[in-house]
Structures are given as structure tokens and as C-alpha cells.
Design a protein around this ligand. Structure first.
Ligand code: SAM
Length: 333
């Protein structure tokens, strides 16, 4: 759908509840037309909290004084086995940029997952790598890649990241992933420091032109020990509005109800689905490492954020009128 910048600006700033209700209803109508009343599950496996980067907002940045861990390939396979039994048909391997996961190691993990679970999709979210690396991983069988662009405003990017990180390289990665045939996800935090309505408009413009298969957005939440630890968290309401706007701009997009939203609001996931989201990503990581992947304060990993609570997730979705199929949940062209 074509929404002009001024319409989007009005939707982002209005205090008229009727306008927000209409936006939400239209987003759901559009989503249901493409995907029906179905919410897809992905099992999130947080493979490592080692990271060579020093993003100013992130609780596992290089300089964070946190306890580090990384899963072994065997632990990752065990998570997939548990997940498959629970009905997951997509595994998302996410982590900091950890040099231990060389192309060789990662390709072998991807191959093993695809061999044992040929009915499943593998999504990677391992940060920036070179084009050749992305190509090798794709050839090993990876189907999708999530790499939030973080902000489509170059100046804002510089305010969120240290000088050694490059806006151009991040964008280049997204284009390489697209060229290599991945289903690609970009995204950003809502309410990150220095974000304005104008930077948000640039994010939406980027989404409109890049047309990713997935978009991950969630509120910024301060992380202890980071330069932004005293900054306020992003707004749940604004995140929900943005979910609806993204759905209208791009009806086919796969749009997760993120953990950050669930962390800030007990019904965050349900509210996100009611605003146009259609993906949930419960945590499949081993129970004893979940608390260590502390990218922000009080991150949820239990209750309906936990993969073992699949029955609860299904009930909660059914209660608001959605089915959770055992399905890879691929993008609909
Ligand atoms: N290293 C990979 C990357 O850079 O894409 C994946 C892991 S990274 C921790 C995943 C996402 O977490 C980031 O893209 C960022 O948007 C989000 N994130 C990090 N710190 C956050 C915070 N304080 N609040 C909310 N989201 C945060």
C-alpha cells in the first residue's frame, strides 16, 4: 500500500484513538488476506554472547563485563531436536559476532541441521560477514538471514555505533544476502537514543524500497553497563503503530512479535499480533544460558517466551483467534 510520508507522520504522532484503531484493524485485514489467521513459530537458539563489536546499546558488546558462553555444535543440534519434537519447523541461530564460528564450523552446523531436519528452515542471525561467507552458508543450506539495519539514517547510525563500524558495510551485507537468494530480514529498535520521527520515516522508506521478507522491530531497552544504560526505554504503543504501518506498506512481510515487546508489556506478544505481526520466536536455547544472552535488562526467556511452553503459546494465540501451525512459515511471494 502507498502511504505518503505525511500520512505516516500523522499516524506516528496522532493522539486520536480512533485513527489508531482504524490503523490496527486495516493492518490485520491486510495480514489475514495474505496469511490467514495464522501465526508462525520460530525456535530461537542463542548460540554465543561473545561479540567483537561494541554497539553502544547492546548488553553483550565487546566491553560489557558479562559472563560469556558459546554453545557447542552438539548443544545446538540438541536444541533443534527438542524444537522439532515441540513442533518447530524453523530454527533461528542468533549470536554476537564470534570468530569461533568460522565458515567451516557454521557450514557444518547448518549442513547437519538440514540433513537431520530436511523439513525445516534455517535462519541465521550472526551479524556482518563477508559476501563469500554468506555464499558458503547459503550453499550449506541456510535459507534466511536476519540482520537489522538498526537505522537507515547514516548520522543516526554513527550515534549508535563506534566509529569502527560502518553503515555502508551493514547495508552492503543486506544487499549481498538478497543477491545470494536468502530470505532477508532487516529492522530497527524503536525509541533508540537520538531517534526522531524523521529517522523513523527513513527506516520505513528503506523497508519500502528494499522490500525485505522479514522485519524485526522491538522497543529499545537500556542495558546495564552500556553507554546508554540511563536512557529511557522505547514506547510499546509506538512499536505497535509501527508494526501496523509496516504491515500496510508491505502486506507479505513476516513480522515477529519480538521478545523486547513481551519484556515491556505482559501482553506484548498478543498486542503485536493484534497490530499485524504474524511470527513468534520463543527461546529454544539451553535453559542455563538464556539469562546470559542479556542484550538488555530483564530480557524475558521464560513463560511464553520459552519454547517448552509451546502449549501455552498456542492457547494464548487461540484465545485471540489465531492458529499456530506446524509449518516453516515461508514468505509468500
Ligand atoms: N550480532 C547479530 C547482529 O548484529 O545482527 C545478532 C545479535 S544482535 C544482539 C540482535 C539485535 O538485538 C540487534 O540487531 C539489536 O537491534 C537488538 N538489540 C541489541 N541491544 C538492544 C537493546 N538494548 N534493546 C533492544 N534491542 C537490542
Amino acid at each position: 500500500m502507498n502511504l505518503s510520508s505525511s500520512e505516516i507522520k500523522r499516524l506516528l504522532t496522532t493522539s486520536d484513538p480512533t485513527a489508531v484503531d482504524e490503523l490496527t484493524a486495516e493492518a490485520c485485514r491486510v495480514r489475514d488476506e495474505v496469511y490467514g489467521r495464522r501465526v508462525f513459530m520460530r525456535g530461537l537458539i542463542e548460540v554465543s554472547n561473545h561479540c567483537r563489536n561494541n554497539c553502544l546499546y547492546c548488553g553483550i558488546r565487546r566491553e560489557a563485563q558479562c559472563q560469556r558462553y558459546r554453545l557447542t555444535p552438539k548443544q545446538i543440534m540438541d536444541c533443534c531436536r527438542t524444537g522439532h519434537t515441540l513442533g518447530f519447523r524453523t530454527f533461528v541461530l542468533q549470536g554476537g559476532e564470534d570468530a569461533w564460528f568460522t565458515d567451516e564450523v557454521m557450514c557444518s552446523i547448518v549442513r547437519d541441521i538440514k540433513r537431520e531436519f530436511p523439513d525445516c528452515a534455517v535462519t541465521l542471525s550472526l551479524g556482518e560477514r563477508g559476501r563469500e561467507s554468506f555464499q558458503r552458508l547459503r550453499e550449506a543450506g541456510a535459507d534466511r538471514y536476519l540482520l537489522r539495519h538498526e537505522t537507515a539514517d547514516r548520522r543516526h547510525y554513527g550515534q549508535l555505533h563506534p566509529a569502527e563500524m560502518s553503515y555502508d558495510h551493514r547495508m552492503q551485507c543486506l544487499h549481498d544476502l538478497r543477491d545470494l537468494g536468502y530470505q532477508v530480514g532487516c529492522g530497527f529498535m524503536v525509541g533508540s537514543p537520538f531517534q526522531t520521527v524523521d529517522t523513523l520515516l527513513q527506516d520505513l522508506e528503506f523497508i519500502n524500497s528494499f522490500c525485505p521478507e522479514m522485519v524485526g522491530i522491538g522497543p529499545f531497552i537500556p542495558a546495564a553497563g552500556t553507554p546508554f544504560e540511563q536512557r529511557p526505554a522505547g514506547s510499546v504503543e509506538l512499536t505497535l503503530r509501527l508494526l501496523s504501518i509496516i504491515r500496510l506498506l508491505h502486506p507479505q512481510v513476516l513480522l515477529p512479535a519480538t521478545t523486547a515487546l513481551g519484556t515491556l508489556h505482559p501482553a506484548g506478544r498478543e498486542r503485536a499480533v493484534a497490530a499485524g505481526a504474524n511470527v513468534v520466536m520463543p527461546n529454544l536455547s539451553p535453559q542455563d544460558t538464556r539469562a546470559l544472552y542479556a542484550i538488555y535488562n530483564n530480557k524475558l526467556s521464560t513463560g511464553s517466551e520459552a519454547a517448552e511452553s509451546v502449549a501455552d503459546i498456542r492457547l494464548r494465540m487461540e484465545a485471540i483467534g489465531y492458529e499456530v501451525p506446524v509449518d516453516r512459515g515461508d514468505y509468500k511471494k
